[in-house]
Write a protein that binds this ligand. Sequence first.
Ligand code: F6P
Length: 370
Amino acid sequence: MTDENRIERIGILTGGGDCPGLNAVIRAVAKAAMHQHGLEVWGIEDGFLGLIRNRMRILERDDVSNILTRGGTILGTSNTANPSRFVVGIDEQGKPVTEDVTQRVVEHIAERRLDLIVCVGGDGTMSGAAGLIQHGVRCIGVPKTIDNDLMHTEITFGFLTAVNTATEALDRIHTTASSHHRVMLVEIMGRNAGWLTLTSGLASGADVILIPEIPYSLDAICDYCMNRSKRGKSFTIIAVSEGAKPVGGQQTVDRVVAGSPDPIRLGGISNVLCKQIEAATRLECRATILGHVQRGGTPVPADRVLGTLFGHKALELALAGRFNEIVVSQSGRITSVPIESVAGQQRLVPLDHPLIAAARSVGTSFGDEL
Ligand code: F6P
């Protein structure tokens, strides 16, 4: 490695929505960096906000010990702090006023003499990292999200824990649905991607799975519920993505978050559908929105392992001078691609995906056939 690529001090931040497994990455990067390679590791607080406000601290041995099984992130996170569009106020019309504070971030990094920043996050965080790279900051990306929608990686840590949580919830809904003979809708996160709903829906044997990639027909869903009822099946479980939408219609927006790289927050489609299905079929319906429970809690073993593998690879890239790349998993192999190639992109469920075919083959409806 050339002298200019030698690193002594690294910063690490977790950006965007949290997910189980973030602490496993921080631990893997920091422990090896400190103990095996004698590097100084700085924990940056609350994602890019810590870089903007100059809030960071040296991580000590004890800071990264005993955190493998802990959910959330010991560093904190922010999904609104974007250096190139940082919200500094609200104008008279109530619109956010933004400023490009990237230069301030670059100065804070130079002040602490950080040689590179490990950015653990989703597509929004990688867009932020890509902006810093353009200003000469060296970054290494590590992909996280319960949505599993990052480009070029077949899996992100956090996803399998969320699948577990959503599946357990669907299983619980199953028993009460059966006692009360109801149509039960369970709304699952995932933004514009249906991975979480599809996987947990399949795992729990949901009767109907509605994902953003396959727009639904209300008539098809109602017919399916009525046919089940006629066949003596007194209840129906519908796993619905927060991003599901009717054919020719729109997604249901819950709120708009100023300053966020992706300001739209989806939510509420299960309540809309609940009323529509009840009115059309006269079957009793109830909706449950799982919400942030899907992001919390202890990571499942697979996510602890994946977080550790990703963290290990991130440090390996840093030590090899392979800057501005993001760790990815491709065909079971941990490798890397340029950060720019994943920034601001989304990996949606392909319509010919085997999970969809398998679900259809056991009689699951995607609300698209009449
Ligand atoms: O990207 C992770 C995620 O949990 C999405 O599934 C969800 O749409 C969004 O974040 C919710 O964001 P927030 O925490 O800002 O409500």
